[in-house]
Design a protein around this ligand. Sequence first.
Ligand code: HEM
Ligand SMILES: *[C@@H]1O[C@H](CO)[C@@H](O)[C@H](O)[C@H]1NC(C)=O
Ligand SMILES: *[C@@H]1O[C@H](CO)[C@@H](O)[C@H](O)[C@H]1NC(C)=O
Ligand SMILES: *[C@@H]1O[C@H](CO)[C@@H](O)[C@H](O)[C@H]1NC(C)=O
Ligand SMILES: *[C@@H]1O[C@H](CO)[C@@H](O)[C@H](O)[C@H]1NC(C)=O
Length: 487
Amino acid sequence: MIWTTLLLFHGVLIIFWMLSNRSRSKKEPPLDKGVIPWLGHALEFGRDASKFLTRMKLKHGDIFTVRVAGLYVTVLLDPNSYDAVLEDSVTLDFTRYAEVLMRRIFSLSLPNHNASTEKALMRRHFQGEGLTCLNSVMEGNLQALLQSETPQDRENWKRDGLFNFCYSLLFRAGYLTLFGAEQNDRNRDSSAVYQEFRKFDALLTKMARNTLNSEEKGISGSVRQRLWGLLSAALPRGKTEDRWLQNYLRHLREEGVDVETQKRAALLQLWATQGNVGPAAFWLLGFLLTNPEAMSAVKKEFDSLSVLADSPQHLPFDKLQNTPVFDSALSETLRLTAAPFITREVLNNKTLRMADGQEYDIRKGDRMCLFPYISPQMDPEIHQEPEKFKYDRFLNSNGSERRDFYKGGKRLKYYTMPWGAGKNECVGRLFAIGSIKRFLLTVLTQMNLELCDQDSTMPKVNASRYGFGVLQPEGDLEIRYKLRCTL
Ligand code: HEM
Ligand SMILES: *[C@@H]1O[C@H](CO)[C@@H](O)[C@H](O)[C@H]1NC(C)=O
Ligand SMILES: *[C@@H]1O[C@H](CO)[C@@H](O)[C@H](O)[C@H]1NC(C)=O
Ligand SMILES: *[C@@H]1O[C@H](CO)[C@@H](O)[C@H](O)[C@H]1NC(C)=O
Ligand SMILES: *[C@@H]1O[C@H](CO)[C@@H](O)[C@H](O)[C@H]1NC(C)=O
């Protein structure tokens, strides 16, 4: 019996060894397979990708290949060389990996989907004139959610964690703006979706990595069901209105996508449009509350704009365009807290040319990954004291936007990359910025909001979320708030 077991065990080991017997050729990046067969570095990667990749960078330099759960991922960390990846969208494909995530997280597949039509649709609604319209609907929804409190409620201070406060308000306003055409009770319906979405969001990284345990699988499945149900009740049925979600669903119908799949796609869009904005607003407001100098600089800028309107909350969007101090504070916030992987699937063997002239062979079937969080964003050669929040880091001394940053004596094209770059740069960037700006203006001019403990410091980040967009805190900042009477 024991011999059979041992033989089987060795057999399994030999198969693993054969499958993982990949060696580096001279022109390939340094290869680090880790000690565990097949899994490789998956565990360390999942626990804290930033720490792991920093360790690999110290060991191997700016480019290396690691094995993660059977896959070989080539990581590039030299921002001067990022264009070599971003500009080759033919060999280095964006959609395939996105499709993998769609299946794992949203249980969704859209085989005949025309992504370029979808993207053109997004541009039309989230940029230019469409954006102006969305911004004002968003503002109306923020106001409506604030005003929905009863008068007695307004008298009292309320307590909350800052993360929940920001995420909840922005998520619900954003949801009503993009998904809420058919809502009856806007307040109640949007809260229900928010509650479920937070549970879904908490399991998202594990769904993406395929590491849910059986209990979590059950929970994620039922949360997804409930969200599909809530969304399909809210999906627009009219054909006349020229809204993004209507047009998106019509586009899916024209591709022959059934109703079931449409609501799954709607959840994907809910996540893409709402998953990062609330957390980003949390970090910004948190940094301002814990940095009085930064807070007063942003307030001063908003006050100077307010003279342009009878009351600040009615400041039209065109008057809110020129806000260099806010812009710098937000860029600084995202430099510290936006940590997406820029992932591409390698469709064919390719030679990658680095900025220093060095060339590397990249293999078909592997994955390429940029992690701008390590460099440029937290790179001490580019940003002095990179772990510190300096609200004016992206300002020149004359108050204009600072754009000149250097590494290795070379001026950088990419000195912070919260929105990605190149062909797949975030389509919703301007809408996200506009929403956060309006949210902050609203909080600072219409509310009294303060830290419960004036000495509190920013919470740590949850290290398991590196790679998935804007980070989330481990712990929170306790706040108390109430509306000002002069509404
Ligand atoms: C703070 C908020 C946000 C952040 C930090 C963010 C970040 C990003 C990043 C890094 C990418 C590029 C992914 C890659 O190249 O692999 C991206 C893509 C995208 N974002 Fe955002 N995003 C935010 C908000 C939004 C909003 C509000 C919308 C929609 C209204 C949106 C829609 C999209 C879409 C559709 C893409 C895919 C673009 C493509 O297919 O080429 N994002 N986003
Ligand atoms: C998507 O649609 C556009 C225009 O409608 C067309 O030019 C393009 O070839 C289509 N792409 C695919 C992959 O079918
Ligand atoms: C960190 O994030 C993961 C994934 O979102 C979540 O499961 C976990 O509970 C979070 N940890 C803390 C301490 O908040
Ligand atoms: C790609 O490169 C690998 C390793 O260098 C090689 O074994 C393989 O034959 C190449 N494939 C093609 C299609 O050139
Ligand atoms: C502000 O300063 C920057 C560099 O410090 C310069 O490039 C820019 O032209 C100046 N702008 C104005 C309006 O003076």
